[in-house]
Design a protein around this ligand. Structure first.
Ligand code: NDP
Length: 255
């Protein structure tokens, strides 16, 4: 019988994995047997993350590139082709936040957030899926959504639009690629303790709001997303497609 959650022999690219949620997902996929490719915008932090993974005995390599830059993404995949590295699993995790009321929001800032959180998933998945289809062995695409894939909050309009878009882009990927045995799904994390949220954790009223809105009454930890990522990267999810799974401590389940 297929080992349901075994990722041995697979290679996973996790974008934005030099730190935060992406690092934890890379570590978790590696622990499940995958070779992992770490990415971020800076070579030194990517290299440091690769070293941390290798110290644990994991198969890890890295490449710094900007996921919004189509040429850089294409060059990365071309380099892996030349090295004989097949990316079987893609986690579109890289993302940024930018808080400003819409009436004060510059178009350039709107565009930057949309490009990083939404368009990047299209750019990276397109390069990966083209190769998965040519190889004929299927593949896995995991996009990172958010609670804002479902609900809006003031001051984060482009992030909300991008994460809502991630939910529908995931369905669009399934519509076109499921026939090629590619499963495209998304994870919607609740509020997770990472650099992105440090200012919110330090804000007593926001911290209290997170704890009171959520039946778990606490922030999530990056490693709590690993189980869902391994499931969606593994043979266990071979007939799961176009879904977004919320890992939010129960937030969206309650009033
Ligand atoms: P962090 O800010 O801790 O880390 C973001 C990572 O993305 C960094 O490694 C960063 O690289 C990378 N990155 C940003 N822009 C680019 C780019 N253009 N090209 C390549 N890499 C890039 O964020 P989190 O770990 O908190 O968030 C990860 C994902 O999870 C995001 O998509 C976020 O929207 C989502 N999410 C987070 C939640 C949370 O509560 N933290 C909740 C819901 C969703 P570098 O290190 O070089 O800056």
């Amino acid at each position: 019988m297929t080992k349901l959650f075994d990722l041995s022999g697979r290679t996973a690219l996790v974008t934005g994995s030099a730190r935060g949620i992406g690092y934890s997902l890379a570590e978790g996929l590696a622990a499940a047997g995958a070779g992992v490719i770490v990415n971020g915008t800076k070579a030194d932090t990517v290299d440091a993350a690769v070293s941390r993974l290798r110290e644990q005995g994991f198969d890890a390599r890295g490449r710094a590139f900007d996921v919004t830059d189509e040429q850089s993404v294409a060059a990365a995949f071309a380099a892996w082709d030349a090295e004989g590295i097949d990316v079987d699993i893609v986690v579109n995790n890289a993302g940024i936040q930018f808080r400003k009321p819409m009436l004060e929001l510059a178009l350039a800032d709107w565009q930057r957030v949309i490009d990083t959180n939404l368009t990047s998933a299209f750019i990276v998945a397109k390069e990966a899926a083209r190769r998965m289809i040519a190889r004929g062995r299927g593949g896995k695409i995991i996009n990172i959504g958010s609670l804002t894939s479902e609900g809006a909050r003031a001051t984060v309009a482009p992030y909300t639009a991008a994460k809502g878009g991630i939910k529908m882009l995931t369905r669009a990927m399934s519509a076109e690629w499921a026939v090629h045995d590619i499963q495209a799904n998304a994870i919607g994390p609740g509020y997770i303790l990472t650099d992105m949220n440090q200012a919110l954790v330090d804000n007593a009223s926001f911290d209290a709001w997170v704890k009171s809105s959520n039946p778990s009454q606490r922030w999530g930890k990056p490693e709590e997303l690993v189980g869902t990522a391994v499931y969606l990267a593994s043979p266990a999810s071979s007939y799961v497609n176009g879904q977004i799974i919320y890992v939010d401590g129960g937030w969206l389940a309650v009033l």
